[in-house]
Design a protein around this ligand. Sequence first.
Ligand SMILES: *[C@@H]1O[C@H](CO)[C@@H](O)[C@H](O)[C@H]1NC(C)=O
Ligand SMILES: *[C@@H]1O[C@H](CO)[C@@H](O)[C@H](O)[C@H]1NC(C)=O
Ligand SMILES: *[C@@H]1O[C@H](CO)[C@@H](O)[C@H](O)[C@H]1NC(C)=O
Length: 226
Amino acid sequence: MNFVATSVLLLCLAGPVFSQVANICPQLCHPNPQGYVQSQTECNQSVLRDLCDVEGCSSENGPGFECLLPPNSFIVSNDQFGMVDVVVEYSWAANQTDLDSATGYLDGEAGVGCDGSAPFLMFNGDNRGPGGNETCTVDIEGARLQGLWTDFTSIAARAQWFGSLDRGPATLRLFLQNRADGVVVPNSELSMTITPGVGTGCASTPVGLVKVTRGQEHTRFMLRSE
Ligand SMILES: *[C@@H]1O[C@H](CO)[C@@H](O)[C@H](O)[C@H]1NC(C)=O
Ligand SMILES: *[C@@H]1O[C@H](CO)[C@@H](O)[C@H](O)[C@H]1NC(C)=O
Ligand SMILES: *[C@@H]1O[C@H](CO)[C@@H](O)[C@H](O)[C@H]1NC(C)=O
């Protein structure tokens, strides 16, 4: 096999790993008065149930309804959870220093100054520098396989500036990362500006919540402030 053929084959094999973030919600704006009923029916197909939302929209013929992906969310195929890690990242700008993060999942928490067991959390360590980040990998699939959740689970993000000085807003990001090569799965990234607290020890200020809903064939991730 020549190089091109091998590359094409590899791309085809790699394809499914990188292409499973899919907006499966129909996103068709139906005009009133059928719109709401139509969108509800579309959203209530077994494969879409609980993953898409019915919202108002503007159609060519005036206001309507559609079944669509909620803001700041993405949907992935359930069959890729063996291959990807779920990563929560807290980052700050070059003119800021030392944000301390704490990520909570089920009964555990992991982060700077947090102790106790955290079986499904892997914290990458304290970063005290300017323009840095801290990350925590959350093994939601491990927890699900142990029967700790079935349809819904959530990850709590907390953060504070170390010490007694408020250094302003920071950024919270959620993404999926291929376990094999560390590449971020395209379109699996969600981020938002957060308002950390100030203090020492395990951070107690809630800054965000990752909501995970598992449907029949797909899972939806949403990043929310609470
Ligand atoms: C969604 O479908 C289920 C099962 O067919 C049905 O019981 C339920 O009433 C439907 N919900 C809506 C809002 O249509
Ligand atoms: C830090 O830099 C950002 C731009 O990256 C700027 O918007 C912000 O005002 C700066 N903060 C301070 C305290 O200088
Ligand atoms: C987080 O830190 C790593 C290692 O220092 C760096 O490679 C990466 O670009 C940083 N990410 C952000 C969003 O700053």
